[in-house]
Design a protein around this ligand. Structure first.
Ligand code: FEO
Length: 183
């Protein structure tokens, strides 16, 4: 009896997304290591924590594939992107990466819609919401560095940014939680 509840196409796409999340974790790990070596322990700490979050995203997809009776294919993870050239460049690269990931998530939503696979469509909604937060978080990093001077950021501003990011929350609140009293 066939208990597989995922089409071959969707199972392949979900496996691919699982690897993308693992890749994202490697990217954050490598940027964090780069930042630490430059002396930015706070920024590194923030990025190391985010690497864990990406690994959690990977696990969610892995578990979903298994729960739907399909095969998980653990493959090689592509090498992370080259190291950033500056903190400003690091935050830009993070934002670009998150936008790319959002596109991959949308593609899975579209595929599940076209296949009438409402379980996968529903499962992917968590990632749609998560990507709003991930992009907002990346934008907030870019805003911070922009206010501090972008590529021309002073060492003093970088010192403050590094100190602040060490204890910064790992996520931003989703817009669905906003109220008039607490925007
Ligand atoms: Fe798993 Fe940063 O998205």
């Amino acid at each position: 009896m066939n208990t597989n509840r995922l089409s071959m196409t969707l199972a392949a796409a979900l496996n691919e997304q699982m690897t993308k999340e693992a890749h994202a974790s490697q990217i954050y790990l490598s940027y964090a290591s780069w930042a630490d070596l430059q002396g930015f322990e706070g920024i590194a700490n923030f990025l190391f924590r985010h690497a864990e979050e990406e690994r959690n995203h990977m696990m969610k997809i892995l578990k979903y594939i298994l729960d739907r009776g399909a095969e998980v294919k653990v493959t090689a993870i592509p090498a992370p992107h080259p190291n950033p050239l500056s903190i400003n460049n690091c935050f830009e690269k993070i934002f670009e990466h998150e936008v790319e990931n959002t596109k991959a998530v949308y593609s899975l939503v579209k595929m599940s819609f076209e296949e009438d696979d409402w379980s996968t469509w529903n499962f992917m909604q968590w990632f749609v919401k998560e990507q709003i937060e991930e992009e907002a978080l990346a934008m907030s990093l870019l805003d911070k560095i922009k206010i501090a001077g972008g590529e021309k950021v002073s060492n003093e501003a970088l010192y403050t940014l590094d100190r602040d990011l060490k204890d910064a929350p790992d996520s931003v609140e989703s817009p669905q939680e906003a109220t008039a009293e607490k925007p």
